[in-house]
Write a protein that binds this ligand. Structure first.
Ligand SMILES: Cc1ncc(COP(=O)(O)O)c(C=O)c1O
Length: 390
């Protein structure tokens, strides 16, 4: 590829910018400590995984064999027999959520989608695109769904086939909806297991809970019908991607034969990224289960370190069990912009992703937040609510 000197210069400048900011991230869950250089040579090929990896496609340059192994790994991780599952490598968590909701809507075409206030913003878009009725549910203080409100609303709607969109780790506080309680309460009101659909949005925590000692219920064994995660979060990837796993019986319902590719299709996209499949394959094969556990333990310990340090300075920070998301009162705009924090008034959060090998960045942020809090306390007359913590 030949570029003009000006354009080459632009790229060089952007390269320097990327190097400088490579590990900037403390406010979002993307891990930056990946190395896929062994795969670079495959960028010489136009890999395309359109269709179903379990079929042979007329498009020869696909990485289906690798995708099959990725899906076998995730079937095991999410506790469903491989033969009873089907899933694929997506463009990200949002596509996985859409796939889960699509399967649910095909199963229960007139049903309502129930999701909590703390659900990722993309669910609203998904409900609109799929033209699904939806109902927003209140949350408890820690960000998990209020099961009482959920059941009341399902009963109020006289809904016999609710579709539950459960958060297995909310965006802002890493809260996990209690799917065990949800199932029990649905049974108490006469809604049996086959009469509802439960999708689990495990964008970040889908790669945490399988590796901790006391996970909250999250898997097929716990009663989900589909689950997805983002590949660029805990795993880490230069290209956004994700994994979705569902029950094969539900996927078969949406599968269609496509003569153009001489294959079956049951995915949301047409052309699919064959390179991110290789990345997910390389990622799961480059660490043993014990190494994943260590990686996740490290992140959890860093999160607890941050909570302790904040609290020692009088800042009421907290985190949910098994979460690497540390919630604290939203600092001034100057501080959250400086550290690229995600904010949702009245709170902000930091996320102890795996590229934080030591506490350096966390310490700098905490020092700024504490200094900021002292400014606010001094200036309480004009900004009384900034640290009003709920
Ligand atoms: C809980 C949750 N669900 C879904 C998503 C969307 O995932 P993606 O950005 O991979 O599409 C996010 C992203 O932050 C998230 O936090």
């Amino acid at each position: 590829m030949i570029l003009s000197a000006t354009n080459q210069n632009r790229l060089d400048t952007f390269w320097d910018y990327c190097l400088e900011h490579q590990y900037f991230n403390i406010g979002y869950p993307e891990s930056a400590d990946f190395d896929y250089s062994t795969l670079y040579r495959f960028f010489n090929f136009s890999l395309n995984n359109c269709g179903d990896w379990q079929e042979s496609s007329n498009y020869a340059l696909n990485s289906f064999d690798f995708e099959k192994e990725v899906m076998k790994y995730y079937a095991d991780l999410f506790q469903i027999p491989f033969k009873e599952s089907w899933g694929y490598v997506t463009n990200g968590g949002t596509e996985g959520n859409m796939f889960g909701c699509y399967l649910a809507r095909e199963l229960f075409p007139n049903a309502t989608l129930y999701y909590s206030k703390e659900t990722h913003y993309s669910v609203v878009k998904i409900a609109k695109l799929l033209r699904m009725k939806s109902c927003i549910i209140e949350c408890l203080d820690n960000g998990e769904i209020d099961t009482d409100d959920l059941i009341q609303k399902i009963e109020g709607n006289k809904d016999r086939n609710p579709i539950i969109f459960a958060n297995i780790g909310t965006t802002m506080s890493g809260a996990v909806d209690n799917i065990k309680a949800i199932k029990q309460r649905l049974k108490q009101i006469g809604i049996e297991r086959q009469d509802f659909y439960l999708h689990a949005d495990a964008a970040l925590s889908g790669m945490i809970l399988p590796f901790v000692d006391n996970p909250q219920p999250f898997s097929f064994a716990d009663g989900v019908d589909s689950i997805c995660l983002s590949g660029h979060k805990m795993i880490g990837s230069p290209i956004p991607c994700g994994i979705v796993v569902a029950k094969r019986v539900n996927v078969d319902r949406i599968s269609v034969d496509v003569d153009y590719i001489s294959a079956r299709d049951q995915t949301i996209s047409g052309s699919r990224n064959g390179h991110s499949v290789l990345m997910m394959w390389a990622a799961i094969n480059s660490r043993s289960s014990q190494q994943w556990q260590q990686r996740i333990q490290h992140c959890l310990q860093m999160a607890q370190y941050a909570v302790d340090k904040f609290q020692a300075a009088g800042v009421p920070a907290w985190r949910n069990p098994n979460s690497i998301t540390v919630v604290f009162p939203c600092p001034s705009e100057e501080v959250w912009r400086k550290h690229h924090l995600a904010v949702s008034e009245p709170n902000a959060h930091l996320i102890t992703t795996a590229h934080h090998k030591d506490t350096q960045k966390i310490d700098i942020l905490i020092t700024d937040v504490i200094a900021d809090q002292q400014d606010v306390i001094t200036d309480q007359q004009t900004t009384p609510k900034r640290f009003a913590y709920s």
